[in-house]
Write a protein that binds this ligand. Sequence first.
Ligand SMILES: *Cc1c(COP(=O)(O)O)cnc(C)c1O
Length: 432
Amino acid sequence: MSTEKSLEWHERAKRVIPGGVSSPVRAFSAVGGTPRYMVKGAGSHVWDVDGNQYIDLVGSWGPMIVGHAHPEVIKAVLETSRDSSSFGAPSPHEVELAEEICNRISVIEKVRFVSSGTEAVMTAVRLSRASTSRDLIVKFIGCYHGHSDALLVQAGSGVITLGLPNSPGVTQGQTQDTITLQYNDAEGLKSLFAERGSDIAAVITEATPANMGVVPPLPGFNKLIADLCHSNGALMILDEVMTGFRISRGGWWESTEPEGWVPDIFTFGKVIGGGYPLAALAGKANIMDLLAPLGSVYQAGTLSGNPVATTAGLATLNLCDDALYAKLDQRANEVGKGISGALTESGIEHSYQSAGNLFSFFFTPHFVNNYEEAKGQDSKKFAKFFHSMLNQGVSLPPSAFEAWFVNGAMSDLDIEKIISAAVISAKVAASS
Ligand SMILES: *Cc1c(COP(=O)(O)O)cnc(C)c1O
């Protein structure tokens, strides 16, 4: 596989873009080597500048749930952009998408659109502080909630991959009101609330963590968070930027709702923009209406609710029906079991973990319940596995701390190719 042109582009990129990338995990720091420069995608495949074809299990880190360049999404985007790409005034598309979100998740009454998951979470935190008149935010180590200052503490994959516990440039002042706990630590959470319950504005959690690899909540953990928050006058922020509209028609909460807990603020991103910059926060009207212009909590954005992005999101959600989710579950299961089988066959100790159609492999013999356990894995072995897969035309997330993403365009042949590549890659990884 020739990668000459990717190498050339990367040299050029490094001269004018820090590390050559617009988002750190793309740089291959965790696995070594040079990222491939992508120029085309269609369905379940992507092509790089050298003309190499890959089965794509990155899916732009979630948004490409129906596959690349889906004709329905392209049609909607072209139609809308012919009539201009932005007005800086309200437009019907955002209303339709907000209605669709409210329809999919019964407890949501209002939605505010922003341009990235980072912004959605940052605004949710501001809203929770304003609504409770308290400062403290509780987050779990290894959960990623975007790169806003207050949340860039012990923050999951991108940061883990680079071995940075926290980021320089974030002042103590900005993080002193953020308390971190290990994920799935019910006792730790209970004692924290016993000590400081009346100071806590919100607990923020990923609906099911998938930014330290996939670490599902232990039974009852999300409900415990909700119950502790609500009995102490705090809010629960459920970050569904990754899981929203991916795990099910609504997301993680919508598919586990029978457990009887309701978060106060949801955050969404990734899938709702269908590959365009779009994210949202959402919840009950009494909280959401604290946002300006109705309330005094300020939030704004030049491109917020952008007509092209909301159209792409709506066209994508229109394709996300029960049949698609059933297919995603099936594909995730086929890839997950197939890879796990290949690793076992070569004697590679690993923990295959899934949450709905999200899954990942920890190169460690034990089931992983939190970041402390996740970081014990053999990332070097993963790097060998990763490169062997890439060279056989299967593009995986370039870090052992990331979820893998299937899409609705994957075929039986794709699955066969992924698994036969994995058999070889597992041998390569095992022999080193
Ligand atoms: C990706 C992600 C974010 C950040 O979203 P961006 O659009 O990259 O800013 C926040 N929370 C979770 C759970 C995510 O997976």
